[in-house]
Design a protein around this ligand. Structure first.
Ligand code: AP5
Ligand code: MG
Length: 217
């Protein structure tokens, strides 16, 4: 598959499968623009914008924000970037996938590939319970698997590390249920139309990165 900087990629997988972790690596290595709906929504909550007020309790509950809100948000973001984007956490429903397809048709853009990070429920529950995220540069750590050098401080930028509000056990379970019911069916929508590469997301971070790099060659 063509692997230039203009590649448009979707990283797909359950909560905690490593989408954010791998997206940051691909962004650095390939100069792709990382567009994470989760990050954009959390930023809106942190800044107290109208959008943030609207979605705060939805994020905390592990439910999905409505397709209309998400499609409006991503419409602007994708249009700004042109080609060379890396979607993380979007699309999340078949309705969002259809909305994205329509927008890409209008823009004359195409999805280059979908990379699916597979991971079992038990594995992602363990990961999310120990995840810490930098409030400044968004780098992701894990208290046991990938700890920062200094507790609570980001290795990369010195920012403060926090636990996400939706990384509590009951909310993690809810997010996994929502993924299975509403997000997984997207793969059937794209099968036969877009190249889909399945990756074992439970391998160590570097091996997952190497695998993604290989399939994108
Ligand atoms: P979002 O922010 O998209 O969260 P998510 O899909 O639940 O995924 P996560 O960010 O939790 O996990 P990840 O796959 O990025 O894993 P990570 O790399 O951090 O969405 C949050 C909420 O926003 C949703 O619930 C919804 O309310 C709303 N929302 C967002 N998008 C929406 C949309 N399109 N429509 C509607 N609502 C939307 O890794 C996890 C941990 O594992 C880390 O600690 C990391 O260090 C560790 N780790 C990663 N890879 C490995 C590895 N290979 N081995 C060992 N540990 C690893
Ligand atoms: Mg993420």
């Amino acid at each position: 598959m063509a692997a230039g900087a203009n590649l448009n990629l979707i990283l797909f997988g359950p909560p905690g499968s490593g989408k954010g972790t791998q997206a940051e690596r691909l962004r650095e290595k390939r100069g792709l623009r990382h567009l994470s709906t989760g990050d954009l929504l959390r930023e809106a909550v942190a800044q107290g914008t109208e959008l943030g007020k609207q979605v705060k309790s939805i994020l905390a509950s592990g439910q999905l924000v409505s397709d209309d809100i998400i499609l409006a948000l991503m419409r602007d973001e994708i249009a700004k970037v042109g080609d060379g984007w890396l979607l993380d956490g979007f699309p999340r429903t078949v309705g969002q996938a259809k909305g994205l397809d329509a927008q890409l048709d209008e823009l004359g853009q195409k999805i280059g590939a979908i990379v699916v990070l597979n991971a079992r429920r038990e594995a992602v529950i363990e990961r999310l319970s120990g995840r810490r995220t930098c409030t400044q540069c968004r780098t992701v750590f894990h208290v046991k698997i990938n700890p920062p050098k200094v507790d609570g401080i980001c290795d990369r930028c010195g920012g403060t590390l926090v636990q996400r509000e939706d990384d509590k056990p009951a909310t993690i379970e809810k997010r996994l249920d929502v993924y299975e019911a509403q997000t997984q069916p997207i793969l059937a929508h794209y099968r036969g139309k877009v190249s889909i590469y399945e990756v074992n997301g439970e391998l160590p971070v570097d091996e997952v990165t190497r695998f993604i790099e290989r399939v994108l060659q």
